[in-house]
Ligand binder design. Structure first.
Ligand code: 13P
Length: 287
């Protein structure tokens, strides 16, 4: 069932586990994540970036696809369709298109502007029962070959945004999108604990879930993280499985070129990755 992320995150926060947010790219991705959630009786968040939204033919296309899959595959666990790192306009468009959850990422604005815009999105989304994620302190990552260290959020700024009534808060604690460099210093747990202390009950979000060691994931959950975003890891698993199929020459055998066969190993690899994460995050049987 399509729901806002609010309730599943409150339960996760109280139960000391995290809900996986898995970015989707196409039908195979959406179907793989939804079926894995059903098989593991886990709530799930489907993340859609603005770029992925454009790629898939627009936000309404995605809402139609996900709603159709939920109904036809009888996905009886809570599912949220969530805009990932949305701009102000992107948040408005996805609210209009029927997303059940949005992230407004105002972390690149000065704090006052981030507050004003986040407040407005909370008001508009709130009228429709749509959950809102905000961000303070940018999340690092690779851009044009330059790897930026994740910025660590200021707890006082986190409190100001949390107090606006956001349903979840992404705060930079040294996390990075994509693969972590060999010299990565790890998550800043002191910062996380300080942020948790002042934001009290707001479920915290950990972006850049790919490649964070298991013990750090568990510690982050114990310190208040209730949503973990994973994107690159599913892409790597999909690409490796597809490569293996093609390198083995399977696309050249019989009807191996049929997309239903060609994309099957990648599809199964996404499912295996999502299952592994759900087990690690502790969301299995929490639907
Ligand atoms: P990764 O690609 O590092 O898993 O990060 C995903 C993410 O944070 C999406 O918002």
């Amino acid at each position: 069932m399509l729901v806002s992320a609010k309730e599943m995150l409150i339960k996760a926060r109280d139960g000391k586990y995290a809900i996986g947010h898995f970015n989707i790219n196409n039908l195979e991705w959406a179907k793989a994540v939804l079926l894995t959630a059903k098989e593991n009786n886990s709530p799930v968040i489907l993340g859609v970036s603005e770029g992925a939204g454009k790629y898939m033919g627009g936000y309404k296309t995605i809402v139609g696809m996900v709603k159709g899959l939920i109904e036809e595959l009888n996905i009886d666990v809570p599912v949220a369709i969530h805009l990932d790192h949305g701009s102000y306009d992107g948040a408005l468009k996805t609210i209009e298109a029927g997303f059940s959850s949005v992230m407004f990422d105002g972390s690149h604005y000065a704090i006052e502007e981030n507050i004003e815009k986040t407040k407005e999105i909370i008001r508009i989304a709130g009228e429709r029962g749509i959950s809102v994620e905000a961000e303070v302190g940018s999340i690092g990552g690779e851009e044009d070959g330059v790897i930026g260290a994740g910025e660590v959020a200021d707890p006082a700024e986190c409190k100001r945004i949390a107090d606006l009534g956001v349903d979840m808060l992404a705060a930079g604690i040294g996390n990075i999108h994509g693969k972590y460099p060999a010299n990565w210093k790890g998550l800043d747990f002191e910062a996380l604990a300080a942020i948790k202390e002042v934001t009290v009950n707001v479920p915290l979000v950990l972006h850049g879930g790919t490649g964070i060691p298991e013990d750090m994931i568990k510690k982050a959950i114990s310190l208040g993280v209730a949503k973990i975003n994973v994107n690159t890891e599913c892409q790597l698993a999909f690409a490796a499985a597809t490569r293996k199929y093609i390198e083995a020459g399977k696309d050249l055998e019989s009807k191996g070129f049929d997309p239903r066969k060609l994309l099957a190993p990648g599809f199964e690899a996404i499912k295996a990755t999502v299952k592994e994460k759900m087990e690690l995050f502790g969301s299995v049987n929490k639907a």
